[in-house]
Design a protein around this ligand. Structure first.
Ligand code: FAD
Length: 451
């Protein structure tokens, strides 16, 4: 039988559920093919996220070649065209996507293959199935804390073993780089450091060995490496969530370790919400805010995107995103709150901007994070809790180290003034786009109107 393994965002060999399963199922005389569906529709507009994704893919293909394996890349703009090019398929294996529109894409491919093909769809991107935990009445959880309590009752699954030598004997495909893929590779302009599985494992191990204990205290300070920075690997599937959970839970117990595991459960929570309540990319979870009267102000939105709002912590954060494709969690909360409350610009515009730029873009976590910050989501921050960017800055970037790194215009500003320089100290730096007090009052009123 020809067993086809369909790779998507799971660019790794180790602890890959799909590969583990195919090796378990294989019988005498079988062969396996590694395939990837490249849909040109998803490549435009090509931005930082794509640059990282395709650089990672290229690295994965190089790694495959080193192991005597290879990926056949099929270029197709419809499911029909993809299935047509698959060739003979006895069984199709893939790691499931549960979130729209990818689940629908997978459903379509399965229906086109017909009943004669064995389809093996596996849980891999998350620790638990999206319906693993429900309230007593069977409804999904809408609040994180009881969800977390339920998840703590269950041990996460262990990593899956994948024998690379056995794979080598089984897989017949060689790397193929069709012109459409070459075009995407050529569009990658950034020099990403630490791509691939070996680098990902090193980062995980360094974090667990050296920094996890202090995670609960350090994770809010953007100027230090207090967080794990594993999100881009989890996004592209270079690192398995089971491997991360296993490493974390094997570390000595500490507040840092427990807080870290709780963050992994936020990732589980938001994906469960996305699956159970479809459509959240376009609508707020909380219906009350469906018709909130957002401002249409393209000029202010552009300033926010470029990091030119005149609020140093907001601008430093946006420049970190634009320059590196990643932003610290505390800063994501600050800039999302600033856009949706201070500028009263629709959270969906910010969500879309993050989608283009973030190398760790996960629809569920991003939409969850945006709806949380804009107070329109499930278990969100109450609308009247409006972050004061200057106070956030004083608290989490006390001596302005982070701001000075990204807002070069302010490198000469000393002391507390770095958090909100006065007019004289803004030499070469932009004026504030809104007044904090007035913006706060406007947001409170607008959100109150929607109650
Ligand atoms: C507005 C907004 C948008 C966000 N967009 C994304 C996104 O597109 N992709 C994404 O992975 N995370 C997103 N997050 C969550 C969080 O900011 C990132 O997961 C985190 O900054 C990644 O860095 P890290 O790996 O160093 O995190 P760590 O602090 O080391 O956390 C470890 C892992 O836990 C998970 N995690 C941590 N915090 C959260 C959270 N609040 N929600 C869900 N998962 C979490 C991530 O997988 C992360 O890699 C967003 C948060 C906000 C407020």
């Amino acid at each position: 039988m020809r067993r086809v393994c369909w790779f998507r965002s799971d660019f790794r060999l180790g602890d890959n559920h799909m590969l583990h399963r195919v090796l378990k199922d294989v019988e005498e005389g079988d062969e396996a093919a590694f395939v990837f569906w490249l849909n040109p529709k998803y490549c435009d507009p090509f931005d930082t996220r794509h640059d990282y994704y395709f650089s990672t893919m290229k690295r994965f293909m190089d790694d495959l070649e080193e192991h005597g394996l290879g990926l056949r890349v099929i270029v197709a703009d419809t499911a029909e065209a993809f299935v047509d090019q698959l060739g003979e398929v006895g069984a199709l294996y893939f790691n499931a996507e549960y979130v729209e529109p990818f689940k629908q894409r997978d459903d379509k491919v399965i229906s086109l293959l017909g009943d004669d093909v064995l389809v093996v769809r596996l849980l891999d991107r998350h620790l638990f199935a999206p319906n693993a935990f429900t309230k007593k009445d069977g409804d999904p959880y809408k609040v994180y804390t009881p969800f977390k309590k339920a998840a703590y009752e269950e041990m996460p699954p262990k990593p899956y073993e994948v024998n690379r030598d056995r794979l080598k004997r089984l897989v017949t495909t060689k790397n193929e780089v069709p012109s459409e893929l070459k075009k995407q590779f050529d569009r990658c302009k950034r020099q990403w450091k630490a791509l691939g599985e070996t680098a990902a494992h090193k980062r995980l191990n360094d974090f667990v060995d050296q920094r996890i204990d202090a995670y609960d205290e350090d994770r809010d300070i953007p100027s230090i490496a207090g967080t794990s920075r594993l999100s881009p690997y989890l996004r592209t599937g270079v690192l398995s969530i089971r491997t991360v959970a296993e490493a974390v839970l094997s570390a000595p117990k500490s507040n840092g370790r427990d807080t870290y595991y709780d963050e992994l459960l936020w990732r589980e929570f938001y994906y469960m919400i996305m699956v159970q309540f479809p459509g959240l990319k376009d609508r707020p979870f909380n219906d009350k805010y469906k018709h909130l009267d957002w401002e249409e102000n393209e000029e202010q939105f552009e300033k926010w995107c470029r990091g030119e709002t005149g609020y140093p912590i907001v601008d430093a954060a946006m420049r970190q995103l634009n320059e590196t494709g990643w932003m610290h969690n505390r800063l994501r909360m600050i800039v999302a709150s600033f856009l949706s409350k201070h500028l009263l610009i629709d959270w969906r515009k910010g969500e879309r901007y993050f989608e283009r730029k973030l190398i760790d873009y996960e629809a569920a976590s991003n939409i969850g994070g945006w709806q949380w910050a804009a107070s329109v989501g499930t278990d969100a921050v109450p609308y009247f809790r409006i972050f004061n960017p200057t106070i956030q800055s004083e608290k989490f970037d006390k001596d302005g180290t982070f701001i000075r790194k990204y807002v070069k215009e302010l490198s000469g500003v000393e002391g507390k003034a770095i958090h909100f320089p006065d007019a004289a100290e803004r030499d070469g730096y932009t004026d504030p786009v809104v007044d904090h007090k007035a913006a706060r009052a406007r947001a409170l009123e607008r959100f109150k109107d929607a109650q």
